[in-house]
Design a protein around this ligand. Structure first.
Ligand code: ATP
Ligand code: MG
Length: 336
């Protein structure tokens, strides 16, 4: 027992929201142990490396990491440290829940959608990128494999089953992208047949965007390819009140990294006013992953109750609380 997790404090508002999140986890007395490691600008300033070997070794050994947002300095050989981490650990499933919270300026109530995005294939493989000499024509290769489609769709159905969800919607564009999206859809249909207890439906991506905006309550679990998932998960975050409340999990066979979806927010860094909830919800996903589902629910309930009471909310939520005031208010409610 007593799982040990790798903790990356990150850049910008990262250290502030991590301190707040660990404060709440510690108040819950779950017996979690932490190994602190660096990545991003913080690591670069210490050892001249954005992703030190010790950090990779620690994540590999522990299998679970909680990570704050990172800055990737331009021109240091990485286009993105997050992408590098996904590649290194083959974190094929990006899981992004979007849930309505009380007292936000969101347009809808009662939304509870999980987007499961394929994280390693599709339009984001970085292969076949070419620009003709005259700069007039650009090309790019998309790749979808049966193996990649199989494991992500299976992940979505297993998640639906274990979380007591009713329906999985596969989002595609097989009518136009006949080879790539076509293969993904075929595999999805085959796997859906193995889960007769879960409803399955198919929706074309453009229609999905319209339906999400008009009737979001019809969605439960969405599974889709990399590019569509990137866009749709942000759309869903927007439906429930924006990035300050949006967590994400990156899950592979041997490792999983939990985070807030937002960036380092340099405009408010160091002022103690960042909203820590997205990272706390990421920590909640992590607890679920560690088999501590009861504790995950306790954490989410405390966040909801604090928002319901408008107790010490940060300014992005219309309150006057600091990051740590908000964290202390949530921590108090985890005891209930
Ligand atoms: P990065 O380059 O690391 O992605 P960014 O400048 O794009 O950083 P984001 O973090 O993506 O910043 O945020 C966009 C806007 O949302 C910023 O104005 C930021 O202040 C705000 N924001 C993001 N996260 C939070 C948060 N947790 N609490 C409050 N405001 C936030
Ligand atoms: Mg950004």
């Amino acid at each position: 027992m007593n799982p040990t997790i790798a903790v990356i404090r990150g850049d910008g508002i990262g250290p502030e929201i991590m301190e707040a999140t660990l404060h709440v986890l510690d108040a819950m007395a779950l017996g979690l142990q932490y190994e602190f490691v660096d990545a991003g600008l913080a690591a670069y300033e210490k050892d001249g490396e954005l992703l030190p070997a010790r950090t990779l070794e620690t994540i590999e050994r522990l299998g679970v990491a909680l990570k704050s947002p990172l800055t990737t300095p331009v021109g240091e050989g990485f286009s993105s440290i997050n992408v590098a981490l996904r590649r290194r650990f083959d974190l094929y499933a990006n899981v992004r829940p979007a849930i309505t919270f009380p007292n936000t300026r969101a347009r809808y109530e009662g939304i509870d959608i999980i987007t499961v995005r394929e994280n390693t294939e599709g339009a984001y493989i970085g292969e076949g990128q070419a620009l003709s000499e005259d700069g007039e024509t650009a090309t790019l290769t998309q790749k979808i494999t049966r193996k990649g489609s199989d494991r992500i769709v299976r992940y979505a159905f297993e998640l639906a089953r274990s979380a007591g969800r009713r329906k999985v919607t596969v989002v595609h564009k097989a009518n136009i992208l006949k080879t790539t999206s076509g293969l993904f859809l075929r595999v999805a249909r085959e796997i859906a047949a193995q889960y007769p207890d879960i409803d399955f439906n198919e929706m074309i991506v453009d229609n999905t965007c319209m339906q999400l905006v008009m009737r979001p309550e019809q969605f439960d679990v969405i599974v889709t390819t990399n590019l569509f998932g990137d866009i749709i998960s942000d759309l869903c975050a927007g439906l429930v009140g924006g990035l300050g409340l949006a967590p994400g999990a990156n899950i592979g066979k041997d490792a999983a990294i939990f985070e807030a979806v937002h960036g380092t927010a340099p405009d408010i860094a160091g002022r103690g006013i960042a909203n820590p909830v997205a990272l706390m919800l990421g920590a909640g996903q992590m607890l679920g992953h560690l088999g501590m589902e009861q504790e995950a629910r306790r954490l989410r309930r405390a966040i909801v109750a604090t928002m319901e009471a408008r107790d010490s909310l940060t300014s992005d939520l219309g309150g006057g609380g600091s990051t740590m005031d908000f964290a202390r208010a949530i921590a108090r409610r985890t005891a209930q």
